[in-house]
Structure formats: C-alpha cells, structure tokens
Design a protein around this ligand. Structure first.
Ligand code: 4AD
Ligand code: MG
Length: 474
C-alpha cells in the first residue's frame, strides 16, 4: 500500500492498473449495494479503501459475515480514482479471499483504547495506527543510525550481551546462571539445578562460565578495545539494567547506541553527539512524513516544528557548575534541593531544557567526579571529570558520554579509590599499557530517542515488548 500510495500524486499514476493487496481488515461497512472495506498492511498508516459490489468473486464470505475487523484478506482489483475526499485512489475489487477469520473477541476495535490497555495486548498493538507508526519510525531511526555512522567511517562492533564486568559500577546487573535442563521439571525446581556449595551458596566455579556472569549494562568497555585498534567504532545492541525504577523513562531491557571515537576529546564527542542527533531527526522528518504528521496531530502537538528546530539550531552547552548556579537562581521550588556535587534529578533536567532554553537540547559537561563512573577522564581541577550529558525536553537525559581516562596511573588510582577490583579490569587496563590514546564516546538510549522523536509519553510504548519491574510477559 505504501508503494502504491507513495507514488506520484498519492497513487493517481496507478489508476487503471490491476493490483493485489494483502492485509488486515480495519473496518467493514455495507451501504445499500456496495460494501466498503479498509485494509491495512502495515507498510504505511493509510488503509487501502476497497470497494465491493455484491457480484464479485468471494462476496459470499462478506455476506456470511466471515470477514470482520481483524481478519486477514487477499484482495485483487483495479486502482480507480476515489469518490471520497479522504484519499485520491481506491481499489475496485474483482476478487476477495478470506485468509484468516477474526474471532469476535478481537480486542483492537475501531474505538480508541488506552495505552495501558494496549500494553496488556502487546502482541496485537502493532495493528493500531499509533503502534504501527512508532514501529516504522523506530525502524527509520535505526536505519539512519547505521547510515550516519557508516557514512562517517565508523565500524559497527557487536559487544557481548553476557559479561563479567559492570561498566557503570552501579550494581544494577542481572545475573546469569545455568540451568541443567534434565533436572528441571517445574519452575519450583529451577533453583535446585544451580550448583551449590555445602553451605547452600551458588557454587560459581561449577557454573557454566566458572564465575559469576551478568547481562551487560553497556557495551562501552568492549567498544573501547575496538576503538583502540580500528579507530572510530560504534555498538548498537540490547543492554539490561535491574534498576527498580518504575518511571516513564526506564526499562529493564533497552537498546543502546555507543560510538567510541579514537584520538578524540570531549569536544569531539559533543560534536559527534550533536551531528548524530541532528542527522537522525532530519532523516525521519524527510522520510516518515505521514507518520510524523500523525504524531503531530494525535500524540504531541507541534512536535514537527520542535524537531525541525533541533535539526537546525546549535545546542546549548554549559558546565555542570553553571547549571547548578542556574538552578540555585531559579524561582521554582524543587523537591530535591540543589547544591554543587549533587546528581541532577529529572525535575532539574526538565527545568533546564524546558524552561531555561525554550526547548533546545542542552549539553552539560564537566560533572563532579564523585557522581560519575570510574572510567571518565579527570580534569585538571582534580574535582571534575570530562563527562557530558545531553538533555532534551520531556525525556531528560538522552545521552551520557565522556572522554575516557587514558592514563594508566590515574585509572588505577581511581579503581583503588572506588575499591573496585583491579584484577577484573586487567584487559581494560591493558589498553592503557599498550599504545594508549585519548578517546571519548557516548551512549544513547534508543527508546528515549524513539520517545523524543514520536512524542510517546511512556518509554514502554517505544519498544515492541517492554521489560520493567514485574513485567516480562510476551
Ligand atoms: O548514562 P549511561 O548510564 O551511560 C553509559 O552506560 C555509558 N557507558 C555510555 C557510554 O559512554 N558509552 O546510559 C546511557 C544512556 C542514557 O543517557 C539513557 O538515554 C539510556 O542510556 N538509559 C536508559 N534507557 C532506558 N532505560 C534505562 N533504564 C536506561 N538507563 C540508561
Ligand atoms: Mg547517565
């Protein structure tokens, strides 16, 4: 349908052609001697309006009531100019075949239903206008991501999903253990199959990897190994965090894009983040017009203008110290009081992006070292690190990045300060032993980008199958 309607003059160039459409019935309504049926195949938001006389082949199934909302159909006919005002063309049906009936209990009816309800129907929600559009824009953002990095000479690297290290050091990892299938009969006996020591603790030496293993929270450390060999690289894959935050911006499983730039400092990193974000935003404005118009009308009024601004204007940049100053001067009362050294809360981030700079993305840099991860490069003041966060309205932190500590002695001292086990980072430290170079990178939460680009309020509606505390259905 996208191919036909995307043609010249909304498909008028196809008038007279015989075509086949396969899809799912959205609506069916009979009007005296003609029946109108809207069919959607998911290729675009538009349905194909199919017009049927009662003498066409297969009409008996329409008459018998077997074709209803949700049913799948094969329809063949001729493209004709539409009598209606909603579309330029429609299909004058010659033959219809019912492929799969839809039970009357089909939950996706024409009336609007809540997003909460649709989360309980995650297997069927892609058949709605909203979730179809989100899926297509998500796909376009992924495509544009690869396009941007590939065009700029970055090599895509697959970082592992199972890992022994905690990149962010926040202890939010999911643990991976092995079940021995033959001994597993029911979920209750699952635990029995995990090897245990005499005192009942997990015996990791007997487990699959011979030591504790986790789902990765970030591909960065592995990414750095390739950046210090191939120069610029990026990862794009799933990451996992067991943070117990039931918010509209956190998932337990989310996709992250992590470029790592060799021979680069924090300024290069911020320039890359800006160019990347502007590129992908421009890509969807240029290539997803129908879906973006839909979001502009139904999901977030004015989103197209806001995104256009993001694509065209420079982003605001400021230091953490200046951001704290700005917040201290704010008339607004914050729930969490601000002082130098505190982590910025989402209320602070929102104030900065939404109220101080009129909706422009804001990059904040040079954070206190005590609130940031061990790998960030220490600034000369001894108090701050070369870190940056990119904040956008509504979503807050979209990107977190930094220049990496490339000096072996500084990095070892930092691991000691934080009482992290140097031995388990031996390979990461090796990168500083053998041909260390200044390098920098960032991580962008892909679902937060989808939220930002579509206006969807809840991150659980920006990924096909959301994982959050207490919810891993589907
Ligand atoms: O700021 P974070 O924790 O940074 C890192 O993981 C670095 N290793 C990235 C790097 O420098 N290569 O996470 C990066 C981004 C955040 O800015 C946010 O957009 C997203 O990942 N993010 C989440 N998205 C959804 N759900 C969660 N629970 C998220 N936690 C982080
Ligand atoms: Mg962060």
């Amino acid at each position: 349908v996208a191919e036909i309607k995307g043609g010249h003059d909304e498909g008028m160039d196809r008038v007279g052609q015989s075509i086949v459409v396969m899809g799912w019935v959205r609506t069916l309504r009979a009007q005296s001697s003609i029946t109108f049926m809207e069919v959607n195949d998911g290729s675009c938001l538009s349905n194909m309006q199919c017009v049927m006389d009662s003498d066409i082949e297969g009409y008996d199934q329409v008459e018998a009531g077997s074709i209803s909302t949700g049913a799948s159909v094969w329809v063949q006919g001729e493209v004709v100019p539409s009598q209606g005002s909603k579309q330029k063309i429609e299909l004058k049906v010659k033959k219809i075949l019912l492929l799969g009936e839809s039970d009357p209990s089909y939950p996706i009816q024409k009336k609007r239903v809540s997003r909460e309800f649709l989360r309980t129907k995650a297997h069927l929600r892609p058949r709605t206008n909203t979730f179809g559009a989100v899926a297509r824009v998500r796909n376009a953002l992924a495509y544009a991501t690869h396009k941007f990095f590939q065009e700029n000479g970055f090599v895509w690297v697959s970082s592992p999903i199972i890992t022994a290290s905690d990149c962010e050091g926040a202890g939010e990892q999911f643990c991976v253990t092995t079940l021995i299938p033959s001994s597993v009969e029911t979920t209750d006996t699952l635990l029995d199959s995990i090897p245990k020591t005499e005192n009942g603790l997990i015996d990791w030496s007997q487990d699959f990897f011979g030591k504790p293993a986790f789902l990765t929270v970030s591909g960065q450390l592995n990414g750095e190994t390739y950046a210090t060999a191939l120069s610029d690289i990026y990862t794009f894959g799933p990451t996992f965090r067991a943070e117990n935050s039931n918010t509209s911006r956190h998932l337990a499983e989310f996709w992250m894009i992590e470029p790592e730039l060799a021979f680069a400092d924090l300024d290069d990193d911020m320039a890359c983040a800006t160019a990347y974000l502007q590129y992908v935003v421009r890509h969807i404005l240029d290539n997803c017009k129908e879906d973006m118009d839909f979001f502009n009308t139904w999901i977030e009024k004015g989103i197209i203008d806001r995104l256009r601004n993001v694509a065209e204007k420079d982003f605001v940049q400021m230091t953490y110290t200046d951001a704290v100053e700005l917040l201290l001067k704010a008339k607004k009362k914050f729930e969490f009081p601000v002082k130098w050294g505190c982590d910025l809360q989402s209320e602070h981030e929102r104030y900065i992006t939404e109220e101080s700079f009129g909706g422009s993305p804001v990059i904040i840099r040079d954070y206190p070292k005590d609130i940031k991860a061990f790998y960030m490069r220490q600034n000369d003041d001894g108090k701050t690190v070369a870190a940056m966060d990119l904040l956008v309205p509504r979503v807050g932190e979209l990107i977190g990045g930094s220049q990496r500590e490339e000096r072996l002695d500084y990095l070892e001292a930092r691991l000691d300060d934080l009482k992290l086990n140097k031995d388990s980072y031996w390979w990461y430290l090796d990168l500083r032993r053998y041909g260390s170079v200044p390098h920098a990178g960032f991580g962008l939460g892909f679902e937060r980008l989808v939220q930002f680009a579509t206006g969807m309020e809840n991150i659980r509606d920006a990924i096909p199958f959301p994982r959050s505390p207490g919810s891993a259905e589907f």
